[in-house]
Design a binder for this molecule. Structure first.
Ligand code: GTP
Ligand code: MG
Ligand code: ZN
Length: 308
């Protein structure tokens, strides 16, 4: 029996890293299921597993998934109750966002951050493609950076085609398991290739017509970085449907709203029309940004339509 780390999962075949950097292609033993979760992929990137290795070839059969520190789930679709584990045992998540080509909506950012809060995984934001921005876009980016920094999310400015200055990012990622997420075409895979040129992963120019990426990366995959630690490259997501959040708890996942809620008159205030709501007064005074409040309301209304 060997112990290994799942670095790629295509649903039925798994790539396992074990020993001193060896790779084995594995399948799962018939009945293997994850107890607490139904309707989902039983093994995800980042899982630590035990497997029986074939003696002669670099292949094997996974017999057990070791206990997870955490995992991040995404709904398969809005209607079905099916869920998919994107990755497990993550130290932190990075959302890569762009102001244009493609435009990352604020609500998308907020859904992502709220999901990370719900899983108690620290989140940071990377604003990429700054080389493409004119004064308006730069202003927009700086507005968002000050908004999110104030709440407590560290932000990075990046251009992967011009300055290519990734030093701060490397320091933040070193020695950790980092999940990299974001819309298709924002430059996730380009970043991995820059950080580890040996990878030579596939990227593609985003189409002018749709101003969207083409979903070039199709399965999450974990890559070892020369500066230590791992990055999980993920397929571009169109949106982030929040998974199974209790209506009464959603505001817990907006840190600045949660902090303010302690001053609301009612302990069970949902910050809608209740009298004496400190959150609403803060939105009116500008202490809480109206965009964030709107994202909160949209999640509360369970408006996941655009976000699958
Ligand atoms: N101008 C500019 N282009 C960039 C930058 N970073 C990435 N790109 C380009 O954006 C396009 C899409 O990049 P990818 O790395 O494939 O995007 P991705 O996020 O991995 O996309 P999916 O795999 O589809 O989710 C490529 O043509 C990159 O060269 C940047 O900083 N500036
Ligand atoms: Mg990609
Ligand atoms: Zn309130």
């Amino acid at each position: 029996m060997e112990k290994g780390l799942v670095i790629k999962s295509t649903g039925s075949r798994y790539k396992i890293l074990f020993g001193k950097g060896s790779i084995a292609e594995c399948t799962i033993k018939g009945k293997l299921r994850v107890k607490e979760l139904r309707n989902t992929n039983p093994i995800a990137v980042g899982d630590n597993v035990l497997f029986e290795k074939d003696t002669d070839r670099n292949s094997g059969v996974i017999t057990e998934v070791l206990e997870r520190k955490n995992y991040i789930i995404r709904k398969a679709s809005n209607l079905s109750k099916q869920a998919q584990i994107i990755a497990a045992n993550i130290d932190q998540v990075f959302l890569m966002a762009t102001i244009i080509l493609p435009e990352t909506p604020v609500e998308f950012i907020d859904r992502f951050l709220a999901t990370a809060e719900a899983y108690r995984i620290p989140a940071k934001i990377i604003f990429n493609k700054t080389d493409l921005y004119g004064s308006q876009e730069l202003e927009r980016m700086e507005f968002l950076i000050s908004l999110y920094t104030k709440i407590g999310y560290k932000c990075f400015r990046l251009s992967l085609t011009k300055e290519k200055n990734t030093e701060l990012l490397k320091i933040a990622m070193a020695g950790k398991i980092n999940l990299l997420s974001g819309n298709s075409g924002v430059g996730k895979t380009t970043l991995l290739n820059l950080l580890n040129p040996a990878l030579n992963l596939k990227t593609e120019i985003i189409s002018d017509y749709h101003k969207q990426g083409k979903h070039i990366t199709t399965f999450p995959e974990m890559h070892l970085m020369p500066f230590g630690g791992y990055i999980i490259d993920t397929p571009g997501i169109r949106g982030f449907g929040v998974f199974d959040m209790d209506r009464k708890e959603i505001y817990h996942f907006f840190p600045e709203i949660f902090r303010k809620s302690k001053d609301c008159r009612f302990y069970n205030c949902l910050h809608l029309e209740e009298p004496g709501c400190a959150v609403r007064s803060s939105v009116e005074s500008g202490d809480i940004d109206p965009l964030r409040y709107r994202s909160y309301l949209n999640i509360l209304e369970n408006d996941n339509r655009k976000y699958r």
